[in-house]
Design a protein around this ligand. Structure first.
Ligand SMILES: [Mg+2]
Length: 183
């Protein structure tokens, strides 16, 4: 079986600049390339799980999302980083338009995207981890049975979190040595 790191996209890979979908609006977060190389070298599969209700809300299309995704995967490839797959959920229970207005087992904090990836990539979730910037990411990881859920919160930490580790700089994952304990 494989182990994997599940990464939220907006707020972890790139800055969450409110429903970004244009290539020119993407700003990568400092340390993300180094982190992904580190995780890849440690043998983790790299998987993005992202709620994309902007599609359901009609802010951008699935095709525009996929165009951006392909560009992003190419940027990673240039750095020698291989992303296994990008899972996304376009639905929103209240604000979705037409077919997109519905609740979904794949929408975080539900664990659907993680459980689907587990099946598709033969992943041992007990040896995997998740990195997110919202509590709903952390809850998705917990709901899926992931034992290490890391909250990346660059600003002031507000409120309670169920995360196992809170960081304000992606480099802290490497510096903390926390992954040395995952066998
Ligand atoms: Mg996010």
């Amino acid at each position: 079986m494989n182990r994997a790191v599940f990464l939220d996209r907006d707020g972890v890979i790139n800055y969450d600049d409110h429903y970004v979908y244009k290539i020119e609006d993407i700003r990568f977060i400092e340390g993300i390339f180094e982190l992904l190389i580190y995780l890849q070298n440690k043998g983790y599969l790299l998987i993005i799980i992202t709620n994309q209700a902007g599609i359901g809300r009609g802010y951008y299309t699935e095709q525009e999302f996929k165009t951006l995704t392909n560009w992003m995967l190419g940027k990673f490839k240039q750095q020698g980083i291989h992303l296994q797959k990008v899972y996304y959920c376009p639905y929103h229970p209240n604000c979705g338009i037409g077919q997109y207005k519905r609740d979904s087992f794949y929408r975080k904090p539900n664990p659907g995207m993680i459980l689907l990836a587990k099946r598709e990539w033969d992943i041992d979730l007990s040896k995997s981890l998740l990195i997110g910037d919202k509590e709903t990411d952390i809850e998705a990881g917990i709901n899926a049975g992931i034992p290490l859920n890391i909250l990346f919160r660059p600003g002031v930490m507000d409120g309670h979190t169920k995360a196992d580790l809170v960081i304000n700089d992606l480099n802290q994952i490497i510096a903390s040595g926390i992954l040395e304990y995952q066998k």
